[in-house]
Design a protein around this ligand. Sequence first.
Ligand code: ARG
Length: 572
Amino acid sequence: MYKEQLQQHLQKILGLDVTVEIPPDNTLGDYSLPCFAFAKQRKQSPAQIATAFLGLLSDNKPPYISTIETKGPYLNFTLNKTMVAQQLIPRILQAGKTYGHSLIGKGKTVVIEYASPNTNKPLHLGHLRNIALGSSLSTIYASQGYSVVRANIVNDRGIHICKAMLAYALEGHNATPEQKGRKPDHFVGDYYVKFGQLEKEDPSLIQQAQDMLQKWEQGDKEIRKLWKLLRNWCQEGFEETYEQLETGFDRIDYESDIWKEGKDIVIKGLDKGVFIKDETGAVIAPLEDLEIEGKKGVLPNKVLLRSDGTTLYMTQDMYLAVKREADLHFDELIYVVGSEQILHFKELFAILQLLGYDWVHGCTHLAHGMVYLPEGKMKSREGIVVDADDMILQMTDLAREEIVSRDNTMREEQVHERAHSVGLAALKFMLLKIDAHKDTTFDPQQSISFEGDTGPYLQYTYARAASILRNLEDKHLNATFEQLEDLEEELVMQLLRFSQYINEALTHKKPHLIIHYLLDLCQLFNEFYHRHHVLNEADEEKRANRIALVQATKQVIGNGLQLVGIRPIERM
Ligand code: ARG
């Protein structure tokens, strides 16, 4: 906030259009004004200009600035930390849970699609990263006043679904997940795996699955009944996992409802001359001819309608985008989907652009990389998939061990609750810590540590602040912030940066920036706490300042954790 104020102030005093920067290292002050841009016009060296500006500004120093200095071609400004603290800390404490929130997105709708599973097997580790990203981004957008629609497209149709159905028809003997004591999506997944085994013995099964798909498409009653049974089991299981992850959806679309749609859009494009028919009668989007950033041939041509009139994955996505726009009039539509589909979304957006849908400029693909385990790759087709529910269970077990080793006097309920919070914190932190675009390795054992770059470390720091404040008796303290020590000043400055990080995380769709912010804040707080007395500080004034800093830091850590889907807990 001071940066904008300073920029306006400089513009007024200097009568120039200036850009205030944040110097790379704070020994150069908190803000700086590089003077290179004015050299040509003024026929002076940037250093001379800096000196001239300093002359103009020394009599017009805004109150929140303590010093202005030149360093070569730069003018460096230092904030008056006392004043910053006097304004910022009460603001944080007053706003409480809403500190960091804003209304910049007011009146705007953003649709965030994530999870989007297939209903033939349970969710896996990759989905966990996807969900962590999608739900954190949703929370970040909502905190800035956007109206957020968390969307999910469930791919519940196709040959892979029929494989599970066929295996169940052959070997399931009408059993239910309940009878078998199996989580329903895992129950379905078991039959999908079983199909693979059966097929090895009898290769004709794939044809049977194909026939089944055809019957499904024709609406065969028996087949549809079987399909619905398994589809609902899967969905029921997914819901349970979403709940564990403390996420959910405002809108769920099913492929089975829309798989035939999209033809109209394709035909319209054909009529407009945007698409072409090839010699086989298939409809093609001529993307090869499209110029993208001055170059042709960036994207390959894309089939949208087969010669037999059937639709494809692309056709459905075209329809779904148009439908979401018609229903929701979104300003932004963000697809959180793995980076193996980068080409698909480039093509989708190009096609929508060809069709003249201008809202496509609000569409983005937030592509995320793979998650590996220390043992190696997370394979998908070979079957060594890391199951999402197993992973959640493993994390809560690891957390439980850690918690019980620290305090074995707690009631079971309490242990359970805390293990869940800590286990999920460990998991989500690791899945969000790395820039989404990159692949990442997840090490469960390391992630649970209460020290180092982990989710539990952030929670631990929050709990530490909470415990200091629990022991506080006098509630009416008068913090003046007149005399601040270095670490206290740094802490104030880090608290001040919170909004800036939220802003960047939102603009660039990078929740990991908030994780990094929190790590820095916690690091600083722990150093501060290590170095200074708080409750038993003898000097009344220092004590009041420090307590206020602990209160504000606790609030900001808590608010930051919420944004990345981690539960702040009062005791650990
Ligand atoms: N279910 C798909 C998969 O697992 C992902 C769907 C992504 N969303 C979309 N609108 N195409 O590969």
